[in-house]
Design a protein around this ligand. Structure first.
Ligand code: UT7
Length: 341
């Protein structure tokens, strides 16, 4: 995983918009978030996380057959972030694909990668969830700017005959709610011009209450559905990794599902909502904290723009990676050299 060094606390936000630490903590559970510096972007965060993932998996970049990057904040309209990664990693045999399914992006990528591996097309896939949400939030809109943060997480997926692995992926969409969370400008319908800029169309917009209502139901329904389709009773899961958007949404799912709170992984207090990076960063921290071991059954569930939901039931079969030696960061060339001005 990769996080910008810069921490923006709720107290920092009090001097930017009309808000309070108390409001943010009580309504969302967020205390602070990470914000990319000028020489960081979705690409640099994704690159650092990818290098760690390859090093941890002891996989050489030449053996990566596909790079999938889940992001709604790519560096450019095109080319894809995955193309930039492919070059920077010297992954000469890798195809490169970005997917934009917002906060469900990492789990969507997991489902696609799993399908390609299980069907025999690929053996090794690098999957990344990376975002710089700070570049698309309106820093004068207190209703949204307090919620999001920047981060990246990456995983190597490999063919295995040992059983377990991804037991079931469930993806769903309700596009009738598409305009409850969206970024209007800069696409083919509202191309960037002086009017769209003046209108703030390049910023994320959200109907928070609408998304909240959807999220609470989606988290619970998707968890139950994924467990049922995986054939694993809910109480047999050792760890639940929910999308980290709001502690109230997570707590409501805990109550409805009647699962012990201790089985839910939470880090929204430190990073806010990092969209497609939320689940892989949480997964990485869960591993670092020793909460996953061979044989652990893990349920990951996400919801977000689309509106969309995704669930993955996983049985961890690989040795638990020791990330102690990784994380040297990027060289100056990698940070700055590839970012065109
Ligand atoms: O990955 C998916 C992404 N999205 C989400 O998960 C978001 C889901 N929604 C939520 O998490 C919650 O709806 C929010 C945290 C966004 C908002 O919480 P809420 O309890 O639904 O608040 P609200 O929107 O109903 O607003 C309550 C009040 C309003 O004032 P009035 O109209 O009651 O006077 C807002 O103007 O709180 C006000 N408010 C704030 N006050 C201080 C909104 N944002 C802030 C703020 N600081 N940052």
């Amino acid at each position: 995983m990769s996080l910008p060094d810069q921490v923006r606390t709720n107290q920092d936000l009090e001097s930017i918009v009309d808000t309070t630490d108390e409001w943010i903590r009580s309504r969302t559970g967020i205390r602070e978030r990470r914000i990319a510096s000028e020489d960081e972007s979705t690409y640099t965060l994704a690159l650092e996380a990818s290098k760690q993932a390859l090093e941890t998996a002891k996989l050489s970049p030449e053996d990566v057959e596909m790079i999938i990057v889940a992001t709604l904040t790519p560096d450019f309209g095109f080319p894809a972030v995955s193309n930039l990664l492919q070059d920077a990693l010297d992954a000469s045999d890798a195809a490169a694909v970005d997917i934009n399914s917002a906060c469900t992006g990492f789990l969507s990528g997991l489902a696609l990668a799993d399908g390609l591996i299980v069907s025999g097309h690929l053996d090794n896939v690098l999957l990344v969830g990376a975002e710089t949400m700070s570049r698309v939030v309106d820093w004068s809109d207190r209703a949204t700017c307090v919620l999001f943060g920047d981060a990246a997480g990456a995983a190597v997926l490999q063919k295995s005959d040992s059983g377990g692995g991804i037991l079931k992926s469930v993806l769903g969409s309700d596009g009738s709610g598409a305009m409850s969370l969206y970024l209007r400008g800069g696409g083919s319908r509202y191309q960037a011009n002086a009017h769209t800029i003046a209108n703030g169309d390049h910023f994320l917009k959200m109907d928070g209450r609408e998304v909240y209502r959807f999220a609470v139901k989606a988290m619970v329904d998707c968890t139950i559905d994924t467990a049922r389709r995986a054939g694993v009773p809910l109480d047999e899961f050792d760890l639940f990794i929910p999308h980290q958007a709001n502690i109230r949404i997570i707590n409501s799912a805990i109550r409805e599902l009647d699962v012990p709170e201790s089985k839910f992984f939470v880090n929204v207090d430190r990073y806010g909502n990092t969209s497609a990076a939320s689940i892989p960063v949480a997964l990485c921290e869960a591993i670092d904290e020793g909460r996953i071991e061979p044989g652990s059954k893990v349920m990951m569930v996400a919801f977000g723009a689309g509106l969309a939901w995704a669930g993955t039931a996983l049985e961890w079969t690989a040795p638990v990676p020791d990330r102690g030696v990784v994380g040297a960061g990027l060289s100056a060339r990698e940070r700055l050299g590839v970012l065109p001005s």
